[in-house]
Design a protein around this ligand. Structure first.
Ligand code: SAH
Length: 397
């Protein structure tokens, strides 16, 4: 078998069970592995420590499939995928939702594999050379799960470029759906476009946070920024908000949002197709204000290298949002940037409040839903963080 031999001392990350081998830690490659091939990872003195997928173009030169050498074959994927799916079963069978993240990459022992299940449809993203190599085995294992009738591929994420992989989408198993896939989430219905929606079609990681908003808004005016297909806005209406304004720059997303609102017979949202950075400034200049504001922007910093620029963008929208809040108002603010830690995010929000001249407290720290677990040996898996901040709770003396 092909082997990667680590430089002396570079087995430390393996001892911590970190699943990535960086190119700088490799002394030499024995054999002639091609992209996606299975390689044994050995310490400098030749001891096998793990079995991994080789990625010659990426700085992350190998990703670990297993900590002890074992056959990497169709059975391996069938077993890992069945285990990951079984862990999500209580969420599906408990009536919370019929849409779950089945596989969350490294945190489910399957680097580069992401799969979301919408009712009977699984949408998979194969993001690395190793995942790419095992496309057919992964598709078979997903199609074999009880109740799954089709598997759709959406490997059109930018990260594939870092692996030297082109974008790839299409039907892998079963017959194409004739329309959107209908899902239920905490009692609300959403129509999911798995073919042209963002990512796999929906942002399942925000499921519980959307419900949390529902509990905060009775009688309040709500502004949902970066609303996509209406997840937070529709929950705000369901929670008895007195008025909801929702903004997104994507026309198709807003059309889907309106259809979702109608599906739940929750009308009355003001849907705006616009840039959030500009809209917040317009609202400020027009003297508009809200009781609750949600900020759920796209990933401004995919990696730590983008953190500084991203920090400015987060500060900008959060500062404006603090200014637009009525006294005693609530800001629910998120970052899904892997390159911005929860600690840095909190500092940015503190700076935004200070510069907006607003006193605020944090009422809750929020994260992704339980079907997006974070392996303790893989802290990079923690990408979604959020805060609920309430302003001006003290009166001047
Ligand atoms: N809150 C949503 C998910 C938001 S995803 C949910 O719960 O489902 C981020 C959204 O931001 C996308 O829909 C994208 O179209 C939108 N977006 C990106 N940049 C934007 C900008 N500058 N102004 C407005 N919307 C933007």
């Amino acid at each position: 078998m092909h082997s990667l031999i680590l430089k002396p001392g570079r087995e430390k990350s393996l001892q911590r069970r970190h699943p990535w081998i960086f190119s700088g830690g490799i002394a030499r490659v024995d054999g002639n592995p091609q992209a996606g091939d299975t390689v044994e990872v050995r310490t400098a003195d030749g001891v096998p420590r793990a079995i991994a997928a080789y990625s010659p173009q990426s700085q992350i030169r190998a990703r670990i499939w297993n900590w002890t050498p074992c056959p990497i074959d169709a059975d391996f994927f069938a077993q890992r995928i069945a285990q990951a799916a079984a862990r999500r079963e209580p969420l599906r069978s408990g009536g919370v939702t019929n849409a779950v993240r089945l596989i969350h990459g490294e945190s489910d022992g399957l680097p580069g594999v992401v799969a979301d299940r919408y009712e009977d449809t699984v949408v998979v993203q194969l993001l690395t050379t190793g995942a790419e190599r095992w496309r057919e085995a992964i598709a078979d294992a997903l199609a074999a799960l009880a109740g799954v009738v089709r598997v759709v591929e959406r490997s059109d994420a930018d990260v594939r470029q870092l692996e030297g992989l082109p974008s790839q989408t299409g039907l892998l198993r079963g017959a194409a759906a004739t329309g959107p896939v209908m899902i239920t989430e905490h009692g609300l219905q959403f129509a999911i476009d798995v073919v042209s929606g963002h990512k796999t079609g929906f942002y399942l990681d925000q499921r519980d946070n959307r419900q949390r908003l529902r509990a905060l808004v009775a009688g309040n005016s709500v502004l949902d920024c970066f609303c996509y297909t209406g997840g937070f806005a529709i929950n705000a209406l369901a929670g008895g908000a007195s008025a909801v304004t929702a903004i997104d720059s994507s026309g198709p997303a807003l059309q889907a949002a309106q259809a979702n609102a109608a599906l739940n017979r929750l009308n009355g949202t003001e849907w705006l197709e616009a840039d959030v950075f500009q809209s917040l400034r317009k609202f400020r200049d027009a003297g508009r204000s809200f009781d609750v504001i949600v900020l759920d922007p796209p990933k401004f910093a995919p990696t730590a290298a983008h953190a500084e620029k991203a920090a400015r963008a987060y500060k900008d929208i959060n500062l404006l949002a603090f200014k637009l809040l009525n006294p005693g108002g609530t800001l629910m603010t998120y970052s899904c940037s892997g390159g911005v830690s929860a600690e840095l995010f909190q500092k940015i929000i503190a700076g935004a409040a200070l510069d907006a001249g607003v006193d605020a407290v944090i009422e809750a720290w929020l994260h992704g839903a339980a079907d997006h677990p974070v392996a303790l040996n893989f802290p990079e898996g923690e990408y979604l963080k959020g805060l609920i901040c309430r302003t001006n709770i003290t009166t001047a003396v």
